[in-house]
Design a protein around this ligand. Structure first.
Ligand SMILES: Nc1ncnc2c1ncn2[C@@H]1O[C@H](COP(=O)(O)OP(=O)(O)OP(=O)(O)O)[C@@H](O)[C@H]1O
Length: 268
């Protein structure tokens, strides 16, 4: 296997998603690599979120193959249900609109994310929950993992605060921490910088670069904030009207005439 193939985490091949007459994603192919940030950009309605919805089981693609390669296995995502994609294929996702549990504490939000692993350690039995050593160990590990991520996002001292009471920028970071607590192989982030001020966006970029460097995860990023995209992406895929019109590194995308035209000549 070549060096390049070795690091391929996600292969999207000829993905098409049609809603009756409308083709939201039209024959799109690209790869995303392990320990790399792959951005999907494009004007409003280009099909970016639809790609995420196909990858995470919200939609069953009309056609195409979505292969996730890790743990010496190949997961064919287009054949899996949403919960299997999350639990077995280890794909985690955040949404354009924040979806924390606002009434739960910051720590509880991170513990809920680890529910599946904890239940497995309990043997799915009351006896296991009450007394099993394996469960107590798993619970301890879950708290430690939550503390680790709260430290990375500077929210450890807010562990007992209701998530809904955090400032908006902190909630965005908490969503990423919650996704990382599931220990994903692929992390899909849908507009994580939306609504952030420039300082918060810069901190977000640093957090994503830290995740890429320190963890065995590939990051797939939908983002309209071009500063974030250009600063941190290893590879960029550009969609327009559902079709892939370009892909490459940030420099080549910035100078690509088709991309400039799609953005109506705006500086990218
Ligand atoms: N469930 C659906 N039923 C019908 N049409 C849909 C559905 N989901 C998305 N679409 C349409 O598919 C197209 C692509 O939408 P999508 O949300 O993927 O774009 P996007 O690139 O994520 O846009 P934005 O940047 O505004 O979030 C749009 O025309 C949208 O209206």
């Amino acid at each position: 296997m070549s060096e390049i193939q070795e690091h391929v985490l996600l292969k999207v091949e000829h993905l098409t998603m049609a809603f009756s007459g409308l083709i939201a994603v039209d024959d799109v192919s690209f790869v995303a690599r392990k320990k790399a940030i792959t951005a999907i950009i494009g004007p409003n309605g280009a099909g970016k979120t639809t790609v995420f919805n196909c990858l995470t089981g919200f939609y069953v693609p009309t056609s195409g193959r979505l292969s996730l390669l890790h743990s010496e296995k190949t997961f064919l995502l287009e054949r899996m249900r949403g919960f299997q994609i999350a639990q077995k294929a280890a794909v985690a996702r955040t949404f354009q609109n924040i979806r924390l549990f606002p009434g739960m504490s910051v720590l509880e939000n991170l513990m809920v994310a680890q529910h599946h692993r904890l239940m497995r350690a309990s043997g799915y039995s009351l006896f296991g929950l009450l007394g099993l050593k394996a469960f107590r160990q798993a619970e301890h590990n879950a708290v430690e993992l939550a503390r680790y991520w709260l430290t990375q996002i500077d929210l450890l001292s807010y562990a007992d605060v209701a998530a809904g009471n955090l400032p908006y920028g902190a909630q965005r970071k908490l969503e990423i921490a919650r996704a990382m607590c599931t220990q994903p192989a692929l992390l899909c982030l849908d507009e994580p910088a939306a609504g952030l001020n420039p300082a918060e966006s810069a901190a977000l970029s640093q957090l994503l670069l830290f995740i890429k460097k320190e963890h065995e995860v590939g990051i797939l990023l939908i983002e309209h904030d071009m500063r974030v995209v250009m600063d941190i992406s290893d590879h960029i895929v550009v969609l327009d009207y559902g079709r892939k019109i370009a892909e490459g590194n940030p420099q080549s995308i910035r100078e690509n005439p088709a991309v400039i035209a799609a953005y109506l000549g705006e500086e990218i």
